[in-house]
Design a protein around this ligand. Structure first.
Ligand code: ISE
Length: 336
């Protein structure tokens, strides 16, 4: 039986999810594209042979011929729409972040626990990227020894708008690192510091963060939303015995004029194409079998990312190290 799917949000990520489900994942009947801007929804629907477009997300979620939902609308809608999916008993693949408010994340966690089963898979796709898969495996199989430090660079060509701020680098971009670093290290965070260098123009400067884990490891994260030259994500995990690192993906290299060149992706969709596909495949499997992926992020992970982001913004604004005070992990989220 095909999974009858609705996608809410017809922006960059809604379009990308539609393409992945329509072209790369058999077993999906993509029925509805929903967006407040109907013309935008229609454009995607026509591109992938989807019959229905809708403007009302709640009505799309409630449809009796929809089994599962993808939420790819603006960040502030993620948590209310996830709550609507939980109330309807429908699995949802919700784009990151679950919410920019840890309090709101707790509300979604409470609703999910009351429903008695996991329904929200959070779209932190980097967990499925081969670079992090290999990094985690190297740590888990003991070849690195104890993890000491993890270095992370995350650079975008430019901000989506001129109103992008340093705080937004922490709440919108850094959650990928906040999530995947916890996942790779298998730990939680204790404190965060955040700083910005000065640019010579009015564009938002990079944000440099240092996180201390509860196990005494150090993690640094550079978010540069105006790197200009390309989409570039790098990482290195330094262990007591060895270190493992990764940089961009390159399928080809050009040697010419006394130089050696590889290209950068323009944004995250190309760089993480395989990770998105693996993530969405895991979601489909979850909808079909009820088995929640052991790799995927839950609402608990969404809460953890949002809590450290809030502390990061406090640290950036105050210039002081901020503590990350988590609630105890509910038993519900302990076994996947
Ligand atoms: C964007 O919202 C994403 O989620 C991308 O994956 C990330 O690389 C980018 O920095 C964010 O702004």
């Amino acid at each position: 039986m095909s999974v009858r799917l609705a996608i809410i949000g017809a922006g960059i990520m809604g379009a990308d999810h539609a393409r992945i489900f329509a072209e790369r994942l058999p077993g999906v009947d993509l029925r509805v594209i929903c967006d407040a801007d109907e013309a935008r929804a229609r454009k995607i629907a026509d591109g992938f042979g989807v019959k229905d477009v809708m403007k009302d997300a709640a009505a799309a979620i409630a449809r009796s011929d929809i089994d599962a939902v993808v939420v790819a609308s603006p960040d502030f809608t993620h948590s209310p729409l996830s709550l609507a999916c939980i109330a309807a008993g429908k699995p949802v693949l919700c784009e990151k972040p679950l919410s920019q408010s840890s309090q709101e994340c707790l509300g979604v966690m409470a609703a999910e626990q009351a429903a008695g089963r996991k329904l929200v898979q959070l779209g932190f796709m980097r967990r499925f990227d081969q670079s992090y898969v290999e990094m985690k495996a190297a740590l888990d199989n003991g070849s690195l020894g104890r993890a000491l430090m993890m270095h992370n660079f995350h650079r975008n060509v430019e901000t989506p708008g001129a109103d992008f701020t340093g705080a937004m680098a922490i709440t919108n971009s850094a959650p990928h690192e906040f999530d995947v670093v916890r996942h790779v290290l298998g730990t939680e965070y204790a404190a965060i510091s955040a700083f910005q260098p000065k640019r010579s123009d009015a564009r938002v400067a990079p944000v440099m963060m240092v996180i201390e884990t509860v196990d005494g490891q150090l993690v640094n994260i550079e978010i540069n939303n105006n790197a200009t030259y390309g989409y570039d994500v790098r990482g290195e995990l330094v262990g007591q015995k060895a270190s493992i690192s990764f940089s961009g993906l390159a399928y080809s290299m050009t040697d010419a004029a006394l130089s050696h060149k590889t290209a950068y992706a323009a944004d995250w969709r190309d760089r993480y194409a395989e990770a998105y596909w693996r993530q969405n495949k895991a979601f489909l499997h979850f909808v079909q079998t009820g088995a929640f992926s052991a790799t995927a992020s839950t609402c608990w992970d969404g809460y953890a990312a949002s809590l450290v982001a809030e502390a990061g913004v406090r640290a950036l604004h105050s210039g002081q190290k901020a503590k990350v005070d988590m609630i105890n992990k509910p038993q519900f989220y302990c076994a996947k």
